[in-house]
Design a protein around this ligand. Structure first.
Ligand code: NAD
Length: 313
């Protein structure tokens, strides 16, 4: 049986990873300090003999007893609302936390997978973004705390691969959505859905023409697990190229919820990327991966989750 440690395992993506890896027959230790995640996200796994939950800050010295086959480093505030509120913690978990997680993988002879992000491409000047694009990031802007932490984390991961021969993988995750996102995490889809369900005005930033490409969580998890057990050594984009403008997304969500909310416009946040779309040829060609869940289907499942979370029948 493979033994896996997931930092940030009680977060949105981490909790889905814990669930899927256990379903695949692995033992999973979930390590989390609950700064943006919650034990509620893994409550369904408590009591499972193949699951252990440890409350811990990964930026501290890290020791885990026993063997490990893989360390997946997912700990990090991930939504702009969180990392703008927690700038130092975000920089620490991307730097010190990645260092500790890589050190653990090295000590155990385990493979290592870093959860990186499409934000390493910043406000991209190349569209769609292939892995070879170096990005257009403002290091001293407010969002720099997240983007540069992840860029540093990628550089450190490559250094451990090249100088310590750790078997490392880097996934560049594009916007992902699904059940267990926090209602108040400020990302577009949970914000639009909760506003629509509550009948409040739906707030779109700027004129809503900026685009995102949104991937349903099950597709993302499938891609990450394929990458984990692959022989890839360089970063791989995982995301759904299905690009949509924020205004169209807000309208679609309003229609799917049957809401009568009006759409209102607010000032665009600083350094908000204008466009975003993954080039997934590497994931398709080398991992045999592609997204399957249609946006409408994924949104309906997410809306059902939020109806329950918000107790709106
Ligand atoms: P999340 O906030 O739900 O999960 C992050 C988890 O990390 C939380 O449970 C939090 O408590 C934990 N954490 C933070 N700092 C920690 C620390 N010092 N020690 C231990 N635990 C800590 O966010 P998410 O959306 O699940 O994102 C998970 C990872 O995926 C992040 O690294 C994020 O950068 C990356 N990512 C996510 C997306 C997305 O669309 N959701 C896109 C790109 C990248």
């Amino acid at each position: 049986m493979k033994r896996i440690l997931i930092t940030g395992g009680a977060g949105f993506l981490g909790s889905h990873l814990c669930t899927q890896l256990i379903a695949n027959g692995c033992h999973v230790t979930c390590l989390d300090n609950f700064i943006t995640g919650s034990p509620r996200n893994v409550a369904h796994l408590i009591g499972n003999p193949n699951f252990a939950l440890v409350q811990y800050d990964v930026t501290n010295y890290l020791h885990v007893p026993g063997e490990l086959d893989a360390v997946l480093h997912f700990a990090s505030p991930a939504s702009p609302i969180d990392y703008l509120k927690l700038p130092i913690q975000t920089l620490k978990v991307g730097s010190l936390g990645t260092h500790k997680a890589l050190g653990l993988a090295k000590a155990k002879g385990a493979r290592f997978l870093l959860a990186s992000t499409s934000e390493v491409y910043g406000d991209p000047l190349v569209h769609p973004q292939p892995e070879t694009y170096w990005g257009n990031v403002n290091p001293v802007g407010f969002r720099g705390v997240y983007d540069e932490a992840k860029r540093f984390a990628e550089a450190l991961t490559m250094a451990y691969q090249r100088y310590h021969q750790v078997d490392t993988k880097i996934v560049r995750i594009f916007n992902t959505y699904g059940p267990r996102m926090r209602v108040d995490d400020g990302r577009a889809i949970p914000a639009f859905i909760s506003q629509a369900l509550r009948g409040e005005p739906i707030t779109v930033f700027g004129d809503g023409s900026q685009t995102r490409s949104v991937c349903y969580v099950d597709d993302l998890i499938d891609g990450i697990i394929r990458l984990l057990w692959s022989a890839e050594t360089m970063p791989v984009n995982i995301g759904n190229p299905d690009e949509i403008s924020m205004l169209d997304l807000a309208t679609e969500i309003r229609d799917l919820t049957g809401s009568k909310s009006e759409i209102v416009f607010k000032e665009l946040p600083e350094d908000d990327p204008r466009i975003r779309q993954p080039d997934i040829s590497i994931a398709a060609g080398r991992l045999g991966w592609q997204p399957h869940v249609q946006r409408r289907v994924g949104l309906e499942r997410t809306i059902a989750y939020f109806r329950e979370a918000l107790s709106i029948a």
